[in-house]
Write a protein that binds this ligand. Structure first.
Ligand code: NAP
Ligand code: ZN
Length: 351
């Protein structure tokens, strides 16, 4: 076992602070990775502060991991020491159920293993994430980072990228579709870039008027400030698909009424508090639907990484040292992220 430095939250109220723990020994099908960068997802904050159920402390968050392979187990054939690799929200699953057989490990019937705060299959101890100097991951859950992607800017693709790519693909977003993206944060800015690259007409909804110019630069065709009822009304019954990335409770009806016949609004934002129930009339008018979507499977995550490399897409990032993580959380809560914090893990080694 290897002693490992990281940052952990010890209670919902406490700041993240330095924490030492052990990574498991390398198994036959394991890959050991020296972490270079880790993106900061709003889910890290929800978890560290126990805003979701079932949190076990201490929590080492981080599921947007980029690093270099340092060693491989005896049965590993697809990775070699020195490879640039990624790890997203999943580090294991049963590999035997029908969902795993379909490459949809996020729906594993026996329970996929999250990168942090889940029982590790090999040891029974809680998994610990990428706010740390190294990680050991089963080879099937390691992603290949294509040449040409900047490693730091690629980190957020491992969660924000796949979480938005997967529903855009599932609901067949393409040329000729009018697509709304709600919220311009980590997930939202990836959704704008990806939907634009898929050929859709993209409308960004924001509560922050000062993000308008950025949204247009990122690929939105139009920007609507959602607090402005007149601007919202101009888009009534016009969208094929809306991807809602908002991290806080809000009124869904304001967006549902913008869907055309058979339009779908998919929720990927996962607030601590439930949204107020939508009104039935906003749904039955135009036969609208609300859906949800969690992250994505490993094969689709690799497809997304390859798509991003081909299209020249990565995240817009602000690199921070590990020591600034608590300030970064406060800024994230204010919507003050342009558009993803990424931790330079080399800063951990100077702690
Ligand atoms: P983020 O960077 O903090 O972005 C969230 C954005 O939501 C903000 O930038 C803001 O955009 C908007 N917003 C925040 N508070 C709002 C409010 N009270 N009313 C309206 N809009 C508000 O967060 P993120 O990392 O993108 O994550 C977004 C959500 O997705 C989180 O709940 C996270 O846990 C969840 N998530 C889900 C999955 C999944 O598998 N489904 C995966 C990853 C993350 P504007 O300033 O533009 O309004
Ligand atoms: Zn995430």
């Amino acid at each position: 076992m290897k002693n490992t430095s990281g940052y952990a939250a010890h209670s919902p109220e406490s700041a993240l602070e330095p924490f030492q723990f052990e990574r498991r020994d390398l198994g036959a099908d394991d890959v050991a990775i020296d972490i270079l960068f880790c993106g900061v997802c709003h889910s890290d904050l929800h978890t560290a502060r126990s805003e979701w159920a079932g949190i076990v402390y201490p929590v080492v968050p981080g599921h947007e991991i980029i690093g270099r392979v340092s060693a491989t187990g005896t049965d590993v054939t697809s990775f070699h020491a020195g490879d640039m690799v990624g790890v997203g929200c999943l580090v294991d699953s049963c590999q035997t159920c029908t969902e795993c057989a379909d490459g949809l490990e996020q729906f594993c019937i026996n329970g996929a293993t999250g990168t942090y705060n889940d029982p590790e299959r090999q040891t029974g101890k809680p998994t610990r994430g990428g706010y740390s100097e190294r990680i050991v991951v089963r080879d099937k859950f390691v992603l290949r980072i294509p040449e040409g992607l900047d490693p730091a800017a690629a980190a957020p693709l491992l969660c924000a990228g796949i979480t938005t790519y997967s529903p855009l693909r599932h609901w067949n977003v393409s040329v000729g579709h009018k697509v709304g993206v709600v919220g311009l944060g980590g997930l939202g800015h990836m959704a704008v870039k990806l939907a634009h690259a898929m050929g859709a007409h993209v409308v960004l909804f924001t509560t922050s008027p000062d993000k308008r110019a950025d949204a247009l630069r990122l690929g939105a065709d139009e920007v609507v400030v959602s607090k402005n009822a007149d601007e919202m009304a101009k888009h009534a019954s016009s969208f094929h698909f809306i991807l809602n990335t908002v991290s806080a409770r809000h009124n869904l009806d304001e967006y549902l009424v913008l869907l055309k016949r058979d339009g779908v609004m998919t929720l990927v934002g996962a607030p601590a508090e439930p949204h107020p129930s939508p009104t039935v009339f906003a749904l039955l008018t135009n036969r609208r639907s609300i859906a949800g979507s969690p992250i994505g499977g490993i094969a689709e995550t690799q497809e997304m990484l390859d798509f991003c490399a081909e299209k020249g897409i990565a995240s817009d990032i602000e690199i921070i040292p590990m020591q600034q993580i608590n300030e970064a959380y406060e800024r994230m809560l204010k919507g003050d992220v342009r558009y993803r914090f990424v931790i330079d893990i080399s800063s951990l080694r100077s702690d």
